[in-house]
Design a protein around this ligand. Structure first.
Ligand SMILES: [Zn+2]
Ligand SMILES: [Zn+2]
Length: 439
């Protein structure tokens, strides 16, 4: 087996940098501003037009490139502690940086589970030295067993930004009610993976034409939709701030729309793969198309795209879920659910949504930069004089092919391998560090 290792050259952002000849997205006016940016020791020192001859520092030519505030992914899985062979906090963060994300939220289904303040501190400590901010999410129940509520207050004090049952949805309604009542005491959301296990059972893909054709057991859409419905009802009753993870069906979206119309305090997200791929992909029996919730149908995709446009969907989040090649290479039935997504997210969104006029840049900024931070109460990384440099430089029109050997993640389970996508991350500044991708 080939183990790919690449150099990841992050340097401390000491000294002066001049980002020259580009334009940046101003969150205050929701538009681009054409200007050079000077960064001094990680702080935006000046914005304007500067002469090169008097400048003594590093010059990054950003002509024909766009500068955005750093992206944020509020739903990732890093495998540390427990499965450091699949992804560590360091490699997962590298993967995030390469994808343009300056903040990520790792889900709690590690081994041991992030369900107490010691592990929260461990994650935060490991995240100190990387360029991307690592903001952990704590488990709803102890060891994600769905029996006892975890030490939520302690974890909030230690720094979790949300509570989630992702990876092991809470099935006991009484417990979910108590959890939501408890979480509503803190100003953080409960992020729910909506799945009725009694309905999804042993399913490995979407239940429909292709599951019948391929003879694989299906997960019906109602397994998701009933859970969405009941979680919304409990959230309304308990006044808990609810965020629904990875919405995949048109029906879920309809339920969420109705709830939002009634003024219930909920938000939701969609993953890039659910916006682009359908269950037809599974004809290949390639387990890189196996994820939970499963890939659905073209009709669902169209509805999800509408949901992004009309604001029912607040956030795009990757649900980056690394798995070892050995585990993913087995039979489709037995392979674990999940795909990696941090490094391809922007290229996919740009090619399939922005370039197709399905999503404006302004909406992309909402879903990838503003809304995740608003939901989790994180300061917006406004590009402004005297602010910390938290930004990403993007080459929008660069076409590149997703290759197995190019991933910075320790895992290779991407459904986009071999695909040509558009939009390339050229550099990332955050936390007084800089990563520049020289190509
Ligand atoms: Zn999930
Ligand atoms: Zn997940």
């Amino acid at each position: 087996m080939t183990l790919y290792r690449k150099n990841f050259n992050v340097s401390d952002c000491l000294g002066l940098y001049l980002l020259r000849g580009g334009k940046y997205w101003d969150l205050k006016t929701s538009d681009f501003v054409k200007a050079d940016i000077i960064i001094d020791n990680g702080i935006i020192k000046d914005i304007g037009e500067f002469k090169l001859d008097s400048f003594k520092g590093n010059v990054i030519n950003v002509k024909d490139k766009l500068i955005f505030p750093g992206f944020m992914d509020m739903h990732v899985h890093f495998r540390e502690p427990g499965r450091e062979d699949e992804e560590t906090i360091a490699t997962g963060s590298q993967s995030a940086t390469v994808g343009g994300f300056t903040a990520v939220c790792p889900m709690p289904n590690t081994e041991p589970v992030i369900d107490n303040q010691e592990i929260v501190r461990f994650i935060l400590e490991k995240g100190k030295n990387v360029i991307t901010d690592v903001l952990p999410i704590g488990a709803v129940s102890k060891s994600l067993k769905g029996e006892e509520i975890s030490e939520i207050a302690d974890m909030v004090n230690a720094g979790v930004v949300a509570i989630s049952d992702d990876g092991a949805p809470i099935l006991n309604l009484g417990l979910m009610r108590r959890c939501m009542e408890y979480v509503s005491m803190f100003d953080i959301p409960l992020i729910a993976h909506c799945e009725e296990k009694d309905l999804s059972e042993e399913g490995v893909m979407n239940e429909g034409f292709y599951s019948t054709k391929l003879g694989l057991s299906g997960m019906p859409r109602i397994a998701e939709e009933i859970a969405v419905m009941r979680n919304i009802m409990i959230a309304e009753y308990t006044r808990c701030k609810l965020h629904i993870a990875h919405v995949s069906t048109a029906g879920s979206l309809e339920i969420i729309k109705n709830a939002k119309d009634r003024g219930i305090n909920i938000t939701c997200e969609v993953s890039p793969h659910h916006l682009v791929l359908t269950d037809k992909s599974i004809e290949s029996f390639d387990s890189n198309f196996k994820m939970n919730p499963p890939l659905r149908t073209q009709e669902d995709i169209e509805k999800l795209k509408d949901g992004l446009k009309n604001g029912i969907i607040d956030v795009i989040a990757t649900d980056h879920a690394p798995h070892s090649i050995e585990e993913k290479e087995g039979e489709f039935d037995k392979a674990p659910f999940g795909v990696i997504g941090l490094e391809t997210a922007f290229g996919i969104i740009n090619k399939f949504l922005i370039e197709q006029n399905m999503l404006t840049i302004e909406k992309m900024v909402e879903k990838l930069i503003i809304n995740p931070r608003k939901i989790l109460k994180i300061d917006l990384p406004v590009i402004e004089k005297n602010k910390k440099a938290n930004l990403v430089i993007v080459q929008m029109n660069k076409v590149w092919t997703v290759k197995e050997e190019d991933f910075f993640s320790l895992s290779r389970n991407s459904p986009f391998i071999g695909m040509e996508i558009t939009g390339y991350i050229q550099a990332v500044f955050n936390k007084n560090k800089v990563w520049v991708n020289i190509d």
